[in-house]
Design a protein around this ligand. Structure first.
Ligand code: GLN
Length: 289
Protein backbone atom coordinates (compact mmCIF):
# COMPACT_ATOMS: atom_id res chain seq x y z
CA UNK A 1 0.00 0.00 0.00
CA UNK A 2 1.43 3.35 -0.98
CA UNK A 3 0.00 4.89 2.21
CA UNK A 4 2.18 2.56 4.27
CA UNK A 5 5.32 3.29 2.28
CA UNK A 6 5.07 7.05 2.97
CA UNK A 7 4.38 6.58 6.66
CA UNK A 8 6.97 8.42 8.74
CA UNK A 9 8.78 7.00 11.74
CA UNK A 10 6.62 9.21 13.99
CA UNK A 11 3.38 7.98 12.36
CA UNK A 12 4.45 4.36 12.52
CA UNK A 13 5.30 4.64 16.24
CA UNK A 14 1.87 6.17 16.91
CA UNK A 15 0.07 3.41 15.01
CA UNK A 16 2.12 0.66 16.69
CA UNK A 17 1.42 2.14 20.14
CA UNK A 18 -2.30 1.79 19.48
CA UNK A 19 -1.84 -1.74 18.11
CA UNK A 20 0.18 -2.85 21.14
CA UNK A 21 -1.94 -0.90 23.62
CA UNK A 22 -4.24 -3.82 24.45
CA UNK A 23 -1.54 -6.30 25.35
CA UNK A 24 1.11 -4.28 27.16
CA UNK A 25 1.23 -1.37 29.60
CA UNK A 26 4.46 -0.21 28.02
CA UNK A 27 3.06 0.11 24.48
CA UNK A 28 4.59 3.49 23.64
CA UNK A 29 8.01 2.62 25.02
CA UNK A 30 7.99 -0.77 23.28
CA UNK A 31 6.98 0.87 19.98
CA UNK A 32 9.84 3.36 20.34
CA UNK A 33 12.48 0.82 21.30
CA UNK A 34 11.53 -1.44 18.41
CA UNK A 35 11.62 1.47 15.97
CA UNK A 36 15.11 2.40 17.16
CA UNK A 37 16.01 -1.26 16.62
CA UNK A 38 14.57 -1.22 13.08
CA UNK A 39 16.47 2.00 12.35
CA UNK A 40 19.61 0.60 14.00
CA UNK A 41 20.13 3.71 16.09
CA UNK A 42 19.63 4.80 19.69
CA UNK A 43 16.26 6.05 20.88
CA UNK A 44 17.63 9.56 21.46
CA UNK A 45 19.18 9.67 17.99
CA UNK A 46 15.81 8.59 16.61
CA UNK A 47 14.02 11.40 18.47
CA UNK A 48 16.57 13.99 17.40
CA UNK A 49 17.03 13.13 13.76
CA UNK A 50 14.85 10.38 12.38
CA UNK A 51 11.21 11.07 13.24
CA UNK A 52 10.29 12.35 9.78
CA UNK A 53 12.19 9.63 7.87
CA UNK A 54 10.16 6.96 6.10
CA UNK A 55 9.37 4.10 8.49
CA UNK A 56 11.53 1.04 7.71
CA UNK A 57 9.61 -1.93 6.25
CA UNK A 58 11.07 -4.26 8.87
CA UNK A 59 9.23 -2.40 11.67
CA UNK A 60 5.90 -4.14 11.06
CA UNK A 61 7.52 -7.54 11.64
CA UNK A 62 8.99 -6.45 14.96
CA UNK A 63 5.65 -5.05 16.07
CA UNK A 64 3.90 -8.29 15.04
CA UNK A 65 6.31 -10.25 17.22
CA UNK A 66 5.67 -7.97 20.18
CA UNK A 67 1.89 -8.17 19.58
CA UNK A 68 2.31 -11.97 19.85
CA UNK A 69 3.80 -11.34 23.36
CA UNK A 70 7.49 -11.84 22.57
CA UNK A 71 9.45 -9.72 25.07
CA UNK A 72 11.12 -6.59 23.68
CA UNK A 73 14.43 -7.76 25.16
CA UNK A 74 14.41 -10.91 23.01
CA UNK A 75 13.37 -9.03 19.87
CA UNK A 76 16.19 -6.53 20.39
CA UNK A 77 18.57 -9.17 21.80
CA UNK A 78 19.52 -6.66 24.48
CA UNK A 79 18.66 -5.72 28.06
CA UNK A 80 20.16 -3.16 30.38
CA UNK A 81 20.86 -4.27 33.95
CA UNK A 82 22.63 -2.30 36.67
CA UNK A 83 23.59 0.30 34.06
CA UNK A 84 25.34 -2.28 31.87
CA UNK A 85 24.28 -3.63 28.47
CA UNK A 86 23.67 -7.37 28.18
CA UNK A 87 23.03 -9.48 25.11
CA UNK A 88 20.07 -11.76 25.78
CA UNK A 89 18.53 -14.61 23.82
CA UNK A 90 15.59 -16.85 24.68
CA UNK A 91 18.16 -19.24 26.24
CA UNK A 92 18.47 -16.91 29.24
CA UNK A 93 16.07 -15.25 31.63
CA UNK A 94 15.75 -11.53 30.91
CA UNK A 95 17.53 -9.67 33.74
CA UNK A 96 14.89 -7.83 35.83
CA UNK A 97 15.27 -4.46 37.47
CA UNK A 98 13.96 -6.10 40.65
CA UNK A 99 17.09 -8.29 40.76
CA UNK A 100 19.39 -5.27 41.03
CA UNK A 101 18.72 -5.31 44.78
CA UNK A 102 20.80 -8.50 45.00
CA UNK A 103 23.81 -6.72 43.54
CA UNK A 104 23.32 -3.64 45.71
CA UNK A 105 22.87 -5.64 48.91
CA UNK A 106 25.83 -7.90 48.08
CA UNK A 107 28.07 -4.87 47.50
CA UNK A 108 27.00 -3.37 50.83
CA UNK A 109 27.49 -6.61 52.73
CA UNK A 110 30.85 -7.62 51.22
CA UNK A 111 32.60 -4.72 49.46
CA UNK A 112 35.82 -6.65 50.19
CA UNK A 113 34.74 -9.86 48.39
CA UNK A 114 37.48 -11.51 46.33
CA UNK A 115 35.95 -14.83 45.27
CA UNK A 116 32.40 -14.71 43.91
CA UNK A 117 30.16 -17.56 42.75
CA UNK A 118 26.97 -17.07 40.71
CA UNK A 119 24.69 -20.09 40.67
CA UNK A 120 22.58 -20.31 37.51
CA UNK A 121 24.27 -17.35 35.90
CA UNK A 122 22.12 -17.20 32.73
CA UNK A 123 23.14 -14.04 30.86
CA UNK A 124 25.78 -13.41 33.54
CA UNK A 125 23.92 -10.30 34.68
CA UNK A 126 24.35 -10.69 38.47
CA UNK A 127 27.96 -11.84 38.33
CA UNK A 128 29.16 -9.31 35.76
CA UNK A 129 27.35 -6.39 37.43
CA UNK A 130 29.05 -7.31 40.67
CA UNK A 131 32.51 -7.73 39.12
CA UNK A 132 32.12 -4.39 37.35
CA UNK A 133 31.88 -2.77 40.81
CA UNK A 134 34.62 -4.81 42.51
CA UNK A 135 37.81 -4.51 40.45
CA UNK A 136 39.75 -6.82 42.79
CA UNK A 137 37.21 -9.65 42.68
CA UNK A 138 37.20 -12.78 40.56
CA UNK A 139 34.05 -14.67 39.73
CA UNK A 140 32.77 -18.04 38.65
CA UNK A 141 29.37 -18.39 37.03
CA UNK A 142 27.85 -21.81 36.58
CA UNK A 143 24.84 -22.84 34.56
CA UNK A 144 23.43 -26.17 33.38
CA UNK A 145 22.63 -24.68 29.96
CA UNK A 146 25.43 -24.64 27.38
CA UNK A 147 23.50 -22.07 25.36
CA UNK A 148 23.20 -19.78 28.39
CA UNK A 149 26.92 -20.09 29.10
CA UNK A 150 27.71 -18.98 25.60
CA UNK A 151 25.56 -15.85 26.11
CA UNK A 152 27.27 -15.16 29.46
CA UNK A 153 30.71 -15.67 27.93
CA UNK A 154 29.92 -13.16 25.19
CA UNK A 155 28.69 -10.67 27.78
CA UNK A 156 31.82 -11.09 29.91
CA UNK A 157 33.96 -10.32 26.86
CA UNK A 158 31.84 -7.39 25.70
CA UNK A 159 32.00 -5.83 29.18
CA UNK A 160 35.77 -6.30 29.41
CA UNK A 161 35.40 -8.71 32.35
CA UNK A 162 36.44 -11.97 30.69
CA UNK A 163 39.78 -12.07 32.54
CA UNK A 164 38.01 -12.07 35.92
CA UNK A 165 34.91 -14.14 35.08
CA UNK A 166 35.02 -17.87 34.50
CA UNK A 167 31.90 -19.51 33.16
CA UNK A 168 31.46 -23.24 33.63
CA UNK A 169 28.89 -25.89 32.98
CA UNK A 170 27.45 -27.10 36.28
CA UNK A 171 24.19 -28.45 37.69
CA UNK A 172 23.61 -28.31 41.44
CA UNK A 173 21.22 -31.25 41.25
CA UNK A 174 24.12 -33.50 40.15
CA UNK A 175 26.41 -34.93 42.84
CA UNK A 176 30.00 -33.73 42.66
CA UNK A 177 29.26 -30.61 40.60
CA UNK A 178 31.11 -28.39 43.09
CA UNK A 179 34.12 -30.64 43.71
CA UNK A 180 37.31 -28.63 43.84
CA UNK A 181 35.66 -25.21 43.61
CA UNK A 182 36.76 -24.15 47.10
CA UNK A 183 34.88 -21.52 49.09
CA UNK A 184 33.55 -18.09 48.24
CA UNK A 185 33.20 -14.74 49.98
CA UNK A 186 30.03 -14.05 48.07
CA UNK A 187 27.52 -16.38 46.44
CA UNK A 188 24.80 -14.98 44.21
CA UNK A 189 21.85 -16.97 42.95
CA UNK A 190 18.65 -16.32 41.08
CA UNK A 191 17.54 -19.94 40.81
CA UNK A 192 14.24 -21.17 39.41
CA UNK A 193 11.57 -20.47 42.04
CA UNK A 194 8.25 -20.23 40.23
CA UNK A 195 5.49 -22.76 41.02
CA UNK A 196 4.92 -25.05 38.00
CA UNK A 197 1.29 -24.00 37.67
CA UNK A 198 1.73 -20.29 38.49
CA UNK A 199 -0.19 -17.82 36.37
CA UNK A 200 2.42 -15.94 34.39
CA UNK A 201 2.12 -13.33 31.66
CA UNK A 202 2.25 -14.92 28.19
CA UNK A 203 5.47 -13.00 27.52
CA UNK A 204 7.11 -14.97 30.35
CA UNK A 205 5.54 -18.44 30.12
CA UNK A 206 5.70 -18.73 26.33
CA UNK A 207 9.12 -17.16 25.77
CA UNK A 208 11.46 -17.34 28.75
CA UNK A 209 13.34 -20.58 29.43
CA UNK A 210 11.22 -22.91 31.58
CA UNK A 211 14.30 -24.43 33.18
CA UNK A 212 15.26 -21.00 34.55
CA UNK A 213 11.79 -20.37 35.99
CA UNK A 214 10.02 -23.43 37.33
CA UNK A 215 10.88 -25.34 40.48
CA UNK A 216 8.16 -27.88 41.21
CA UNK A 217 4.63 -27.51 42.59
CA UNK A 218 5.66 -25.05 45.35
CA UNK A 219 8.58 -23.41 43.54
CA UNK A 220 11.02 -24.55 46.22
CA UNK A 221 12.55 -27.62 44.55
CA UNK A 222 15.84 -25.90 43.70
CA UNK A 223 16.07 -24.28 47.13
CA UNK A 224 15.71 -27.69 48.79
CA UNK A 225 18.74 -28.90 46.84
CA UNK A 226 20.78 -25.71 46.91
CA UNK A 227 20.51 -24.49 50.51
CA UNK A 228 22.11 -27.56 52.14
CA UNK A 229 25.11 -27.08 49.83
CA UNK A 230 25.74 -23.43 50.71
CA UNK A 231 27.46 -23.90 54.10
CA UNK A 232 30.20 -25.91 52.39
CA UNK A 233 30.67 -23.30 49.66
CA UNK A 234 30.82 -20.24 51.91
CA UNK A 235 34.13 -18.92 53.21
CA UNK A 236 34.08 -18.27 57.01
CA UNK A 237 32.62 -14.75 56.74
CA UNK A 238 30.98 -15.47 53.39
CA UNK A 239 27.44 -14.52 52.52
CA UNK A 240 24.96 -15.75 49.93
CA UNK A 241 22.49 -13.35 48.34
CA UNK A 242 19.63 -15.30 46.78
CA UNK A 243 16.52 -14.16 44.94
CA UNK A 244 13.12 -15.40 46.12
CA UNK A 245 9.51 -15.06 45.04
CA UNK A 246 7.67 -12.37 46.99
CA UNK A 247 5.69 -14.93 49.02
CA UNK A 248 8.62 -17.25 49.75
CA UNK A 249 10.58 -15.38 52.43
CA UNK A 250 9.29 -17.47 55.34
CA UNK A 251 9.57 -20.83 53.60
CA UNK A 252 13.09 -20.22 52.31
CA UNK A 253 14.20 -18.79 55.67
CA UNK A 254 12.94 -21.98 57.36
CA UNK A 255 14.69 -24.21 54.81
CA UNK A 256 17.89 -22.20 55.25
CA UNK A 257 17.70 -22.64 59.05
CA UNK A 258 17.61 -26.42 58.58
CA UNK A 259 21.02 -26.07 56.90
CA UNK A 260 22.42 -23.89 59.71
CA UNK A 261 22.03 -20.65 57.76
CA UNK A 262 20.61 -17.42 59.15
CA UNK A 263 18.66 -15.18 56.78
CA UNK A 264 18.05 -11.44 56.50
CA UNK A 265 15.42 -10.14 54.11
CA UNK A 266 15.89 -7.46 51.44
CA UNK A 267 13.08 -5.82 49.49
CA UNK A 268 13.03 -4.70 45.87
CA UNK A 269 12.19 -1.18 44.69
CA UNK A 270 8.50 -2.04 44.76
CA UNK A 271 8.79 -2.90 48.47
CA UNK A 272 8.32 -6.64 47.88
CA UNK A 273 10.45 -9.30 49.56
CA UNK A 274 13.04 -10.13 46.87
CA UNK A 275 16.33 -11.35 48.31
CA UNK A 276 17.62 -13.26 51.31
CA UNK A 277 21.09 -12.65 52.68
CA UNK A 278 22.31 -15.94 54.13
CA UNK A 279 25.29 -16.74 56.30
CA UNK A 280 26.54 -19.66 58.31
CA UNK A 281 25.18 -19.29 61.84
CA UNK A 282 28.41 -20.74 63.25
CA UNK A 283 30.42 -18.10 61.37
CA UNK A 284 28.18 -15.48 62.91
CA UNK A 285 28.76 -16.81 66.42
CA UNK A 286 32.53 -16.92 65.97
CA UNK A 287 32.58 -13.37 64.60
CA UNK A 288 30.64 -12.01 67.59
CA UNK A 289 32.64 -10.29 70.36
N1 GLN B 1 11.38 -13.08 38.51
C1 GLN B 1 11.00 -14.09 37.58
C2 GLN B 1 9.52 -13.96 37.28
O1 GLN B 1 8.78 -13.53 38.11
C3 GLN B 1 11.32 -15.47 38.09
C4 GLN B 1 12.76 -15.70 38.17
C5 GLN B 1 13.14 -17.03 38.71
O2 GLN B 1 12.39 -18.02 38.77
N2 GLN B 1 14.33 -17.10 39.12
O3 GLN B 1 9.09 -14.31 36.21
Amino acid sequence: MSEVSVQTVADAIRAATIELGQGTDTARLDAELLMAEALDCTRSEMFLRRMQDPAPGEYAKLIARRAAHEPVAYIRGYQEFFGLGFRVTSDVLIPRGDSEVLVEAALLARPDARRVLDLGTGSGALLLALLSELPEAEGLGIDRSVAALSVATGNARALGLADRAQLHLGDWTQPGWSDGLGTFDLILANPPYVEDTAELPASVRAFEPAQALFAGPDGLADYRVLLPQLPGLLAPAGIAMVEIGSSQAEAVTALAAQSGLVAALHQDLGGRPRALELKNSLGKLLASP
